[in-house]
Design a binder for this molecule. Structure first.
Ligand SMILES: Cc1ncc(COP(=O)(O)O)c(C=O)c1O
Length: 380
């Protein structure tokens, strides 16, 4: 049996979700835009899913727009908000996901905005005083800061950013792909204009997500076509995906605390095990539970001969995780996140990310394997 510790990349689908999706595929094939009974029945499914999602997040169904996932939702929020509100200045960080970073960089290259980067420290924490400076010294800004960094796990305080954005009349978008379904979100209180979700990060299907748009802001459609999603996103809806997303979110909310405790426990157990097995090990990003996403553990290994082979070695031993190291000078490959926090390019890093399906026995096997690799590398 292989061990899967790459849940920040994607998660296994929950059987309950699969059941809901299979039923929709088999039995509800109408086009939700059709006005006949087949269509109306499927329209009801889509609207029921929207109601489930909006109720869990404490907002109105009209504020939830289904998309093809996190990337589309991020692109839509960023491009539409900036274009439709004549924004000339945007603030982000160097550790955002490429769905955000590349979109803003492109808009800057096109001369549409001036882009400022808020400072982050060597653990990926946002410098809130610098953020305030940037907001105070620029007219109406667009701010995009993620809630949890997908490589490091470091969390940003969305309430604090939201308060600052409100004070300086900025538009606030947060990439919440790694946190929706893992922490509760109260959109009745959160001062964000946009947040996003990708169902495949919470045991839902791939290729579906949503964009939340705060009713205080209006944007024009990004994808033109039919009148789907109340004219905001043309194209026949991914009906089984949407039904699966709603079920996945419902399940994550149902057992959120239990899963959080279980996963947080695994992470702490692995940290302890690794520190004992390889004392020279350290961790990238925050690890303190209140500051760190409980599903992610980014491990920085000591320098080793076989650094490039580390992930491959794990893979052939039946362990799936994802890797990255800071870019060494002149090199384009590597993690832009680890580079931005000043990680040592000579030390290999691996991101282990957990889900409700992982066990302590799996962690034991991984720690043992890593210890073996290091002993044979003669570096400890
Ligand atoms: C933080 C973050 N934002 C955006 C995305 C993109 O989401 P999707 O794969 O649904 O397009 C991911 C997925 O890796 C992510 O981790």
């Amino acid at each position: 049996m292989r061990i899967y510790l790459d849940n920040a990349a994607t998660t296994a689908i929950d059987k309950e979700v699969l059941k809901v999706m299979t039923d929709v595929m088999e039995n509800h094939y109408g086009n939700p835009s059709s006005i006949h009974a087949h269509g109306r029945e499927v329209r009801t499914l889509v609207e029921k899913a929207r109601k489930t999602v909006s109720t869990l997040l404490n907002t109105a169904p009209a504020n939830i727009f289904f998309t093809s996932g996190g990337t589309e939702a991020d692109n839509t929020a960023i491009r539409s908000a900036i274009n439709d509100h004549q924004i000339k200045h945007a603030i982000t960080s160097k550790i955002e996901h490429h769905a955000v970073g590349h979109t803003l960089e492109m808009m800057e290259k096109q001369g549409l905005i001036q882009l400022s980067y808020v400072n982050v420290d060597n653990k990926g924490n946002v410098d809130y005083a610098h953020l305030e400076d940037l907001l105070a010294n620029n007219d109406k800004s667009f701010v995009s800061l993620m809630q949890a960094n997908n490589e490091l796990g470091t969390l940003t305080d969305l309430d604090r950013v939201g308060d600052l954005c409100e004070q300086y009349h900025a538009i606030f978008h947060s990439d919440t792909v790694q946190t929706v379904g893992h922490y509760p979100h109260d959109l009745g209180k959160l001062k964000a204009h946009f947040i996003v979700c990708a169902a495949h990060k919470l045991h839902g299907p791939k290729g579906v997500g949503f964009l939340y748009v705060n009713p205080s802001i209006k944007i024009n459609p990004m994808i033109l076509g039919g009148a789907q999603e109340r004219n905001m996103r043309g194209g026949t809806e991914n009906v089984y995906g949407i039904a699966g997303l709603a079920k996945a979110l419902e399940l994550s909310y149902q057992d959120m605390e239990t899963h959080q405790q279980h996963i947080q426990g695994l992470k702490a157990y692995m940290m302890e095990g690794l520190k004992n097995a390889i004392p020279a090990i350290s961790f990238n990003g925050e690890t303190e539970p209140s500051k760190s996403l409980y599903t992610v553990l980014n491990v920085c290994f000591p320098k080793m001969e076989m650094a490039d082979m580390l992930l491959f070695n794990l893979d052939i031993s039946g362990i799936s995780a994802s890797g990255g190291s800071a870019c060494s000078s002149g090199s384009n490959i590597g993690s832009h996140v680890l580079t931005a926090i000043g990680a040592d390019p000579e030390k290999p890093s691996i991101r282990f990310s957990f889900s409700k399906y992982n066990t302590k026995a799996e962690v034991d096997i991984v720690v043992e394997k890593l210890k073996d690799i290091f002993v044979s590398d003669h570096k400890i």
